[in-house]
Design a protein around this ligand. Structure first.
Ligand SMILES: N[C@@H](CCC(=O)N[C@@H](CS)C(=O)NCC(=O)O)C(=O)O
Length: 314
């Protein structure tokens, strides 16, 4: 079920961060029937060895990422899942993609990660919340702190971009998904629940989301006001990306803070850009980004080509 041909990297060639991770959690990540697909998800440019490896069930990577959907080699609709995937790939950390669900998640939300001990089928640790996942992995030396060399002002800008998307756009766009395109969202999000029950659970989720948007504040605006907020946010992100793109030559990646390397905010921007481009339950946002902020699409496409080449594009 989870055989996959990929390019192999030997232990000797692991980067120090990989070695560190392997030290903290070398494992066999068997998850019984939940193991839907295996992605030894390091980008091909990182695994530049000539030999190829057919991954056998006995050679699972040590880290499993629970993405919420059983859609191998497709981006999922959650911006936070893609945020984590990009960050792991950027740091050359192998992981297995599993399905999981908010119902079994440590904090009731996807994404979450499990780490397993050597020669054990049982995860020894669960990590959840994209930001806290990164913080833990950084603290353990498994991934580098992308913001380590930023000035305090740059760090504040990076944080502000993440907060804008994760704490404002998420809820503002969430209304488009859960209210204006409820049935599309319900059927995609509750895909694992059989139909009659899905109607009931969908109704509960709908009401819970209305309450959540209202409490957050995003649910107190008219459609036009909401639309204007969404546009303002993408316009701000688009302006940053335009400026950054002007400073690179050719087809290379450019980054939201305009530096030569990505910062933490890029994982968030990429996650939200992709989520907007692939989500059928937010067609207006997708159209807006495609038509009015093509630089966002280009930004995502360049990252996609370099780190997610085996994934289907939007
Ligand atoms: N702060 C969390 C947010 C994750 C999140 O909101 N996940 C959504 C999917 S995009 C979820 O699982 N929602 C299910 C729920 O709230 O019941 C993170 O950064 O990981």
């Amino acid at each position: 079920m989870y055989e996959r041909t990929g390019q192999r990297r030997t232990e000797a060639n692991h980067t120090p961060v990989c070695k560190n991770l392997i030290k903290i959690a070398v494992s066999d990540n068997s998850q019984g029937t939940e193991l839907s697909h295996s992605i030894f998800s390091l980008h091909h440019s990182i695994f530049q060895e000539k030999s190829t490896l057919t991954m056998k069930p006995t050679s699972h990577p040590s880290m499993a990422l629970f993405r919420g959907w059983d859609t191998p080699t497709h981006y999922v609709w959650s911006p936070f899942v893609t945020k984590v995937e990009f960050r792991l790939r950027l740091s050359a950390l192998p992981y297995t993609s599993l399905v999981g669900s908010p119902r079994t998640a440590p904090r009731g939300k996807i994404p979450y990660l499990s780490l397993s001990a050597p020669s054990s089928n049982t995860p020894t640790e669960w990590l959840s919340d994209s930001t806290l996942i990164f913080r833990t992995l950084i603290d353990r030396g498994a991934i580098p702190d992308l913001n380590a060399t930023l000035s305090p002002t740059q760090k504040a800008h990076d944080l502000a971009i993440r907060a804008l998307l994760e704490e404002k756009l998420y809820f503002t766009q969430g209304r488009e998904r859960w209210v204006q395109n409820y049935y599309t969202m319900r059927d995609h999000t509750l895909w694992s629940i059989p139909y009659p029950l899905r109607v009931v659970i969908g109704n509960l989720a709908y009401r819970a989301n209305l309450r959540k948007f209202y409490d957050h504040g995003a649910g107190r605006f008219s459609d036009d006001e909401t639309r204007a907020f969404v546009k303002e946010i993408w316009s701000g992100v688009g302006a940053l990306l335009e400026e950054s793109k002007r400073n690179v030559k050719g087809d290379v990646c450019f980054w939201v803070l305009g530096g030569k390397e990505p910062t933490e905010a890029d994982a968030t921007v990429f996650g939200f850009a992709v989520s907007t481009l692939v989500c059928d339950a937010a067609p207006e946002s997708r159209e807006l980004v495609k038509m009015e902020f093509p630089v966002v699409v280009e930004y995502a496409e360049r990252i996609h080509r370099r780190w997610f080449a085996e994934y289907e594009m939007w």
